[in-house]
Design a protein around this ligand. Structure first.
Ligand SMILES: NC(=O)c1ccc[n+]([C@@H]2O[C@H](COP(=O)([O-])OP(=O)(O)OC[C@H]3O[C@@H](n4cnc5c(N)ncnc54)[C@H](OP(=O)(O)O)[C@@H]3O)[C@@H](O)[C@H]2O)c1
Length: 290
């Protein structure tokens, strides 16, 4: 299978390209190669490469910036997705759109499944939801795959786990939110699972996250420091209302799949704590150095 990957230089993209390249032919595409807002370039690339599948990972992922800069948010996450979806349909090529559990309000008391109804709590979530809708409308041959709080990427990791480890070198106390929960998910597990998903499951919308109990950032942070061999005393719980951020964060961002758990065709990712342990132990020096 020849896969064209938009967003190949991002945190998920780098690991996904590495994982898929072991068995598939992968054409990695960065923003420098092709901005997904540029319809001519996107269509030209599909004509030239003739992929069997397109993976759309490229996204505006700075949640606080999205809240105040709507061109940034919707330009890529919604309009860019529409451009890629139309180009895929025209080329007769299936499309995988990576989306987020942030499309839900966060008001539910238990993890979201694929049959819950989206109602985004912030602009990032809304822009991803519009991206999903564009894909449903313009490219019927699609998989929309929502995931949770990603960690991975080693030196490219600029998200929570890496930031926390880097902060421990300079801070004696780190306050971390305890009243919002999510499903921590390792990029490498996600990439492996995604390959199985598109090989074994029909088109549609799916949730793909690591298994294990939902966790708050505080719990994820404590687990990270414990694995790294650092004291967990420096990490202090706080409420999301105490953190000054532009975008409101949903209280519940944990997910499960009601569609990938069938007895005969089960797709289950490892427990996030096991994957976190492997990731942090394997890349600690890289993570702390960056
Ligand atoms: N990280 C998470 O916790 C999480 C959770 C759920 C879902 N997701 C979804 O997973 C996907 C990958 O996320 P990630 O964490 O790997 O994000 P990331 O590290 O921010 O990577 C996104 C990549 O997309 C590129 N990009 C942005 N706008 C583009 C455009 N208009 N044209 C072409 N490329 C563009 C970025 O390039 P620049 O660096 O030049 O901007 C970057 O390389 C995204 O769709 C995201 O919504 C992420």
């Amino acid at each position: 299978m020849k896969a064209l990957v938009f967003g190949a230089a991002g945190m998920l993209g780098a690991d996904l390209v590495a994982v898929w390249s072991r068995s598939e032919k992968v054409v990695p595409c960065t923003r420098d190669d092709c901005d997904i807002g540029d319809g001519e370039r996107v269509r030209g690339l599909l004509r030239a490469e003739k992929p069997d599948i397109v993976l759309l990972l490229a996204a505006a992922t700075d949640v606080d910036r999205c809240q105040n800069d709507h061109d940034y948010a919707f330009g890529t996450n919604s309009v860019g997705a529409e451009i890629v979806a139309q180009a895929c349909r025209r080329a007769g090529c299936p499309l995988v759109y990576i989306s987020s559990i942030a499309v839900f309000s966060g008001e539910k008391d238990s993890p979201y499944n694929e049959f819950d109804i989206p109602a985004p709590a912030n602009v990032y979530g809304l822009s991803k939801y519009h991206g999903e809708e564009a894909v449903r409308t313009f490219c019927p041959d699609h998989w929309i795959v929502r995931t949770g709080w990603l960690f991975g990427g080693g030196a490219r990791d600029v998200k929570f786990v890496a930031k926390l480890l880097r902060k421990t070198a300079v801070n004696s106390e780190i306050r971390v939110v305890r009243d919002c929960v999510g499903s921590p998910t390792y990029t490498v597990d996600f990439a492996r699972g995604l390959l199985q998903l598109v090989s074994r499951f029909h088109n549609g919308t799916y949730h793909l996250v690591n298994s294990g109990m939902p966790a708050s950032r505080y719990e994820l942070g404590r687990e990270t420091l414990k694995i790294a061999g650092y004291s967990t005393d420096m990490i202090l719980p706080c409420l999301s209302s105490e953190i000054d951020s532009a975008a409101p964060r949903p209280r519940m961002e944990a997910a499960l799949s009601a569609k990938l758990g069938g007895p005969r065709n089960r797709l289950l990712l490892p427990d996030w704590k096991d994957s976190l342990a492997g990731y942090v132990r394997g890349t600690l020096s890289e993570l702390v150095r960056c």
